[in-house]
Write a protein that binds this ligand. Structure first.
Ligand code: SF4
Length: 508
């Protein structure tokens, strides 16, 4: 039983990380059809669709951020939970070794990465007993960008653009709209949200996350919550946040709401935001043999159709793309404007939180003059003396806001690739130094991994795999200019415009 259960868990983790469930695929396919051809939103959706197919075909991680593995396990009375937990942990470590999960568990004080996704609190495993004879295991992989977009409100509250949110369903509606607006491109829209009304702070967040185990077409059995879910879905996409926060037709593909009793003095609304890479699957396991008896969310008789079709590329070159080959001259950068699509070929360097903090006090380990920094924590496997990039999408750039202006102006960086955009300080530094911010499509880890031809080196490996500075040789790596060297920012514009739309939803 032990060995078979380990194997079942390894299958569950692998498939969850690499193959989006059919309900999410269907919602994304519908969303694709809503975006106007030729827009940045349509460009983002085309790359996302291609990435979903590539991940499933090659059994690679859909997004390089495989998140905090969270298992919900239902067991028959008398099942040995200690043994089951150990096998789940073993399967998580093995999936990490095989590159299906990124090593994501770091010591909260020292920042040291455990390297195998095991550590205090990692992975999250919740057990519950039930009256059935089999074991049910559901898994959700939710990354940092969307986890950081979660929100919890204590009502009554004053909300930007929406005014007073009171202790009633109307107040809850405002909180949900506010959470979606606030996520912008940081949570890789279009996303889905789970909501909990009530509970205490801890139970509220947990119950909100549990709503993400419902399928996108599920309707709440509580007619009041069902009505609110429908109302949100009928109005939320008028916000215009759009895919990746580029502006567009679809910001949200699902809203599932639950409720818990609360203390009379407290009224929390907890929102668990998940991105388009909404990785959630489950299995029913035979408690005697440990083998999988049934997959949840997936109908083996009706395999999900491809998003764009075998051998077809979602992203198509138009000939209008601008080539960037580092080291890049200032004049080349000043000729770029928000909305331009660039194709980068040559050497780029990854750098996220640890690298940026390091560069505040130290010189870079490589010459960054004219160079390109990629906000990315890739999944990388060692093969003999070389490294292979398994997944390499962008991470949320705003975390580097305290550092980016210094790094750009001190070391002569000409382009920063990331997702979700950056703030006013970085925008000013781009203008002054002659540099641009390039938005890659969040979560498209397989798509971008294919644009990386070679790992030519690595620096600062002491920070762990995701945080190290990887030296990458890329070819035709596409990205959109969303902050240019003339003081323009698509992110600022969309946030302002969607804020005005939010005001229109103040009352219904
Ligand atoms: S798709 Fe975006 S928000 Fe979601 S896990 Fe990946 S990087 Fe994070």
């Amino acid at each position: 039983m032990t060995e078979a259960f380990f194997d079942s868990m390894l299958q569950l983790i692998t498939r969850t990380s690499t193959d989006l469930p059919p309900d999410v695929r269907a919602a994304m396919k519908h969303a694709m059809g809503q975006e106007l051809p030729g827009t940045s939103a349509a460009h983002a959706m085309a790359i996302i669709a291609e990435n979903i197919d590539q991940a499933a075909d090659g059994e690679g991680a859909i997004c390089q951020d495989t998140g905090m593995p969270t298992f919900e396990v239902k067991v028959p009375v008398g099942a040995n939970q200690i043994l089951l937990r150990q096998q789940i942990r073993n399967a998580v470590a093995e999936a990490t070794k095989r590159g299906k999960l990124r090593p994501n568990s770091v010591d909260s004080i020292t920042g040291k990465n455990s390297g195998n996704n095991l550590g205090p609190g990692t992975p999250v495993v919740h057990f519950e007993q039930w009256e059935r004879d089999d074991i049910e295991v559901r898994l959700v992989l939710k990354g940092g960008g969307c986890e950081n977009s979660n929100a919890q409100y204590a009502l009554p509250a004053e909300l930007a653009h929406l005014g007073r949110a009171g202790r009633d369903l109307e107040g809850v509606r405002k909180c949900i709209l506010h959470a979606v607006w606030q996520a912008q491109g940081k949570g890789c829209a279009p996303g889905a949200i789970g909501v909990c009304i009530g509970g205490d702070r801890a139970a509220g967040y947990l119950h909100a996350k549990e709503q993400l185990f419902r399928t996108l077409d599920d309707v709440s059995p509580d007619p009041r919550l069902a009505e609110l879910e429908a109302q949100i879905m009928a109005t939320v996409n008028s916000l215009g946040v759009g895919p990746m926060g580029f502006g567009g037709a679809v910001s949200l593909i699902g809203c599932k709401i639950g409720a818990l009793n609360r203390l009379p003095a407290s009224f929390f609304v907890s929102v668990a935001y998940d991105c388009w890479a909404f990785r959630r699957l489950g299995v029913v396991v035979d408690a005697q043999t440990g083998a999988i008896r049934e997959w949840l969310y997936v109908d083996p008789k009706h395999p999900a159709p491809a998003m764009v079709g075998a051998g077809v590329s979602g992203f198509k070159k138009t000939g209008l793309e601008k080539a960037l080959r580092p080291p890049v001259e200032e004049a080349t950068i000043r000729a770029l404007h928000v909305g331009d699509i660039v194709l980068i070929s040559g050497h780029i360097y990854t750098g996220r939180d640890a690298v940026h903090a390091h560069l505040m006090k130290n010189d870079p380990p490589v010459d960054l003059r004219g160079g390109v920094i990629y906000h990315c924590g890739p999944v990388v496997l060692k093969e003999g003396d070389t490294w292979r990039v398994m997944a390499a999408g962008p991470t949320t750039s705003i975390r580097e806001e305290p550092y980016q202006a210094h790094v750009v102006s001190t070391f002569g960086v000409r382009a920063v690739i990331g997702k979700g955009g950056m703030g006013a300080k970085t925008l000013a530094a781009l203008k002054e130094s002659g540099a641009v911010y390039l938005n890659a499509i969040g979560g498209a880890a397989q798509f971008y991994a294919r644009a990386i031809k070679k790992v030519t080196g690595v620096s600062l490996m002491e920070f762990g795999t995701p945080e190290a500075m990887w030296h990458l040789e890329v070819e035709d790596f596409p990205a959109i200019v969303t902050m240019d060297a003339h003081g323009n920012s698509l992110h600022r514009d969309v946030e302002e415009a969607s804020g005005k739309q939010l005001e229109l939803l103040r009352t219904v």
